[in-house]
Design a protein around this ligand. Structure first.
Ligand code: ADP
Ligand code: TYD
Length: 221
């Protein structure tokens, strides 16, 4: 095979390996939504059809229930949150992610499975319980092909999000909690080989770093 033909063959193999299900993870306020949107625009400009989605889901009843529970000041047993996140994920997969992948779209989700591992273990639930319940609920679990984790210290993330209306003790509790969540994410990043990006830069340079990694996998159509 000539070197040009070999190059082309390698490109085809690479593109066949391109991630079709991409997930952004990070603590609240780390910049996931911003980066997911920028990546959506970039892929669309390159000619790809994209579903930009999120968890808790935006348009499904399961997501609506999760959001009501999260907004409530009343606290529930941690397993209640875990169960609802998993039910919302199942509905998300079956009603939105699966059809989009079948239509040949690239799916970008703002949060997925690793949010549950990072947050619900920080709430005190054993990892084994999460794994068992996930296995029980899903017959065929869709793992993301690529997880992009945006790393940011909780203090920085909290500065970015609206903190008005919160007392300083609530904020402190939240920062302590997010510290645990971040530690969990960093361990998961090693275990599952996430693409880790430093979130302490302006949105455009973060986007450029992500795109540099993805460019060879998504040639313009
Ligand atoms: P998340 O979805 O992770 O909660 P967002 O993308 O909604 O985070 O960002 C939280 C806030 O921080 C928003 O007001 C957003 O405009 C701002 N923001 C996002 N990325 C950056 C960045 N790299 N530097 C500074 N501010 C940012
Ligand atoms: P959201 O408003 O989507 O936060 P953000 O803009 O930071 O993504 O709220 C989702 C909250 O739910 C967030 O604090 C993370 C948490 N969460 C879990 O604890 N477990 C999960 O499985 C998911 C999907 C989210």
């Amino acid at each position: 095979m000539g070197s040009k033909a070999l190059e082309e063959a390698l490109l085809i193999i690479k593109v066949m390996d391109a991630p079709r299900f991409i997930v952004f993870e990070g603590i609240d306020g780390s910049g996931k939504t911003t980066q997911a949107l920028l990546l959506h625009h970039w892929l669309s400009r390159r000619g790809y059809k994209v579903l930009l989605t999120e968890e808790p889901t935006r348009d499904l009843l399961t997501g609506y229930f999760v959001k009501i529970l999260l907004r409530s000041k009343d606290r529930y047993p941690p397993i209640t949150y875990l169960s609802l996140f998993l039910l919302d994920r199942l509905a998300h997969q079956e009603k939105e992610i699966k059809p989009a992948l079948q239509e040949g779209k690239v799916v970008i989700s703002d949060r997925h499975h690793f949010s549950t591992l990072a947050y619900q273990t920080a709430m005190g639930i054993e990892r084994e319980v999460i794994d068992r319940l996930t296995d029980f609920i899903f017959q065929d679990f869709f793992w993301p092909d690529l997880v992009i984790y945006i790393d940011l210290p909780p203090e920085e993330a909290m500065k970015r999000v609206e903190s008005r209306g919160k007392t300083s003790s609530e904020l402190f509790e939240k920062i302590e909690f997010l510290r645990k969540v971040r530690e969990n994410y960093l361990k998961l990043a090693e275990e599952y080989n996430f693409l880790v990006v430093d979130g302490q830069r302006n949105p455009v340079s973060i986007h450029e770093e992500i795109v540099k990694k993805l460019e060879p996998l998504f040639p313009p159509k």
